[in-house]
Design a protein around this ligand. Structure first.
Ligand SMILES: NC(=O)c1ccc[n+]([C@@H]2O[C@H](COP(=O)([O-])OP(=O)(O)OC[C@H]3O[C@@H](n4cnc5c(N)ncnc54)[C@H](O)[C@@H]3O)[C@@H](O)[C@H]2O)c1
Length: 262
């Protein structure tokens, strides 16, 4: 199937680590011009180099997606380089698992900024170009915590539910301009190597940690009896951003081995 992504300009936020890395590499493989919007430029550069080594086109632009000015500068640079933006993948997100009653306020604020403000900033910033061209695909990464709730993930789950609700409203408002807005909802998706995460990743030392025994127990709760690979998520994102998904908008697809059946 030709996904029609060759030559398209695709922005992937947080494309330097884990799921974002796999998404950036998957679009590069399809022949898209990939812009990795990363706060960790070094890690973003590393993934861009990997994509180029595989024959793709990718660059990293240092961006803080929680800072509207930084996002606008990244979008301007992308337009200066490629002239258009076809696809935005709102991938940046963050949590540290902790009970609601034990969470310090700073952690809630970080969760709200990285999971929700990031999406608002980046989505608004690409829309003028997409509306002018009457074409666009926006795919945002939620989480099953936002669909069925997550133990020790209350505010994170709230933000991920907001990602879904915002996408549905945007799908209604933007469909008339040829812009599709969809969501991919992963469940636990562990980095395949420590090389695939940078220091700002939630999987960096001091962040989310699971022992092999816990991971094994978790896998047994999934109908398909394994946890996610970053490529599982990337495949769904690439599909939803492609011409093959032209008639799909306002939808949320759980990619999670059957963990959340909605
Ligand atoms: N990995 C999972 O198990 C899982 C499960 C459900 C949902 N998700 C969601 O999938 C998405 C990706 O998850 P992941 O595990 O790959 O995350 P990750 O923490 O490994 O990677 C996030 C990337 O974003 C970058 N980043 C952090 N702050 C930034 C900022 N302010 N501006 C720009 N870039 C910034 C980091 O440098 C890092 O490269 C997130 O939205 C997450 O909530 C992940």
């Amino acid at each position: 199937m030709d996904l029609g992504l060759r030559g398209k300009t695709v922005i992937v936020t947080g494309g330097g680590s884990n799921i974002g890395r796999a998404i950036a590499l998957a679009f590069a493989k399809e022949g898209a011009n990939v812009v990795i919007a990363e706060i960790d430029e070094k890690q973003g550069q590393k993934v861009a180099t990997e994509a180029k080594a595989q024959g793709g086109s990718a660059i990293a632009i240092e961006t803080d997606v929680t800072d509207n000015e930084s996002v606008q500068a990244m979008v301007k640079k992308t337009l200066d380089l490629f002239g258009e933006i076809d696809v935005l993948v709102n991938n940046v997100g963050w949590t540290y698992d902790r009970l609601f009653i034990e969470k310090p306020r700073e952690e809630w604020e970080k969760e709200i900024k990285l999971n929700f403000w990031s999406m608002i900033n980046c989505t608004r910033a690409v829309l003028d170009n997409m509306i002018e061209r009457q074409y666009g695909r926006i795919v945002s990464i939620s989480s099953d915590a936002g669909r069925i709730g997550g133990f020790r993930e209350a505010v994170y789950g709230g933000c991920k539910g907001a990602v879904i609700a915002l996408s549905k409203s945007l799908a209604r408002e933007l469909g008339r301009y040829g812009i599709n807005v969809n969501v991919v909802s992963p469940s636990t998706t562990i980095p395949e190597s420590s090389e695939h995460v940078g220091p700002e990743s939630m999987w960096a030392p001091g962040g989310l940690e699971f022992t092999p025994e816990i991971l094994e127990k978790m896998a047994k709760t999934y109908p398909l009896r394994r946890l996610g690979n970053p490529e599982d998520i990337a495949n769904a994102v690439v599909f939803l951003a492609s011409d093959a998904a032209a008639w799909i908008t306002g939808q949320t697809l759980s990619v999670d081995g059957g963990y959340a059946m909605m």
